[in-house]
Ligand binder design. Structure first.
Ligand SMILES: NC(=O)c1ccc[n+]([C@@H]2O[C@H](COP(=O)([O-])OP(=O)(O)OC[C@H]3O[C@@H](n4cnc5c(N)ncnc54)[C@H](OP(=O)(O)O)[C@@H]3O)[C@@H](O)[C@H]2O)c1
Length: 314
């Protein structure tokens, strides 16, 4: 089978399409014939650094195969797998954090990290509803309550476009930031208010929020402290180390300031499948590329301008 191997951390050109042996599922695993896969900023964040690769993939073996988000068809079941059968359409975020090996024509996944794809949902849409959607779900579902006033930064991005919809589903009043060109898009997802971060400093117009989802870090995170109320919460997705002064202020004001790292979870995938099935969750794939152009997807994502998700089809 063909897979993109990364023999050494580095630039996009280090992603090399090569022929390798198809993997075999062990007990509790299934082999998936990949139909679509999606990419995330973590893909281009790990690619250039041996240290970060080893930390996120949990291995110093090389070459590695990047990627975690897969939709496809079960081609083989390992011993003891009863939930899925050959021919089933499945999707999931495989072994995150860890070595997911999704940039490949076939992928082995623990069965308990997958869900069936609901009828009527395409492989492209399913592949897009994986790491980004799981992140939004795992952050918001335990922290947001009906009636909360919630700010979602970068609402037009991969995580943000799911977070708007899921926060609305949980009953929150949702305010979101993006540039003007994505205003209509984020409002179409159900956001109640939009702030164009290029024209307006959100910290000048917002206050007293119950919860902020920070997809940017840096000044966006620092200024989010000004708009959250005492006793509220902030989750930062890019930042896991907080300035001591910020951490001290959070403690003094009883603000739960957290970094959350998404984790593979089949039960959460099934929740997302059910929200896709009943139409609660809409997927926005702004661009699909063929497998041969997967490196181009890295370049596009690195621009930081992705609307919704980028998907690679096989
Ligand atoms: N901790 C975790 O487990 C975890 C999981 C998922 C993602 N993440 C991290 O979370 C971040 C977001 O991920 P993602 O997949 O959503 O990224 P993404 O899809 O690449 O986000 C792109 C979007 O960001 C918007 N944007 C850029 N600058 C902005 C700003 N200053 N204010 C508001 N919006 C801005 C852009 O909209 P405009 O073009 O309109 O500006 C664009 O639509 C990344 O750093 C990623 O690594 C962490």
């Amino acid at each position: 089978m063909k897979a993109y191997l990364l023999h050494q951390a580095g630039g996009i050109k280090n992603l090399q399409l090569e022929d390798i042996l198809r993997p075999t599922p062990a007990a509790g695993e299934v082999l998936i014939e990949t139909k679509a896969l999606s990419l995330n900023p973590v893909d281009f964040k790990v690619r250039p650094s041996e240290e970060v690769l080893t930390m996120i993939l949990g291995t110093d073996e090389r070459p590695v195969i990047l990627g975690w988000d897969v939709a496809g068809v079960v081609a083989e079941c390992g011993e003891g797998v009863t939930e899925f059968a050959v021919g089933d359409r499945v999707f999931g975020m495989i072994r995150f954090p860890g070595h997911g090996k999704a940039y490949a024509e076939s992928v082995v996944s623990p069965a308990d990290q997958l869900s069936l794809i609901p009828e009527g949902v395409s492989f492209e849409a399913a592949a897009a509803t994986t790491l980004a959607a799981l992140t939004a779900w795992q952050v918001l579902s335990p922290r947001v309550n009906a009636g909360d006033r919630v700010l979602i930064h970068a609402g037009s991005g991969g995580v943000g476009h799911y977070a708007i919809q899921l926060a609305k589903h949980l009953g929150a009043y949702v305010i979101t930031t993006s540039s003007a060109k994505n205003r209509d898009f984020v409002l179409s997802l159900g956001a109640d208010e939009h702030v164009d971060y290029r024209e307006t400093r959100f910290e000048d117009v917002l206050s007293d929020l119950d919860f902020v989802l920070d997809g940017m870090g840096g000044d966006v995170l620092a200024n989010s402290m000004k708009v959250v109320k005492d006793g509220g919460g902030i989750v930062s997705l890019p930042t896991h180390e907080f300035e001591p002064a910020m951490a001290a202020e959070a403690e003094a004001r009883d603000i739960r300031l957290e970094f959350v790292l998404v984790a593979s979870n089949g039960d959460d995938m099934k929740q997302l499948a059910s929200l896709l099935k009943d139409g609660t969750l809409k997927v926005h794939v702004s661009r699909t590329l063929p497998f041969s152009e997967l490196p181009e997807a890295h370049r596009l994502l690195e621009s930081g301008r992705t609307v919704g998700k980028l998907v690679v089809i096989l």
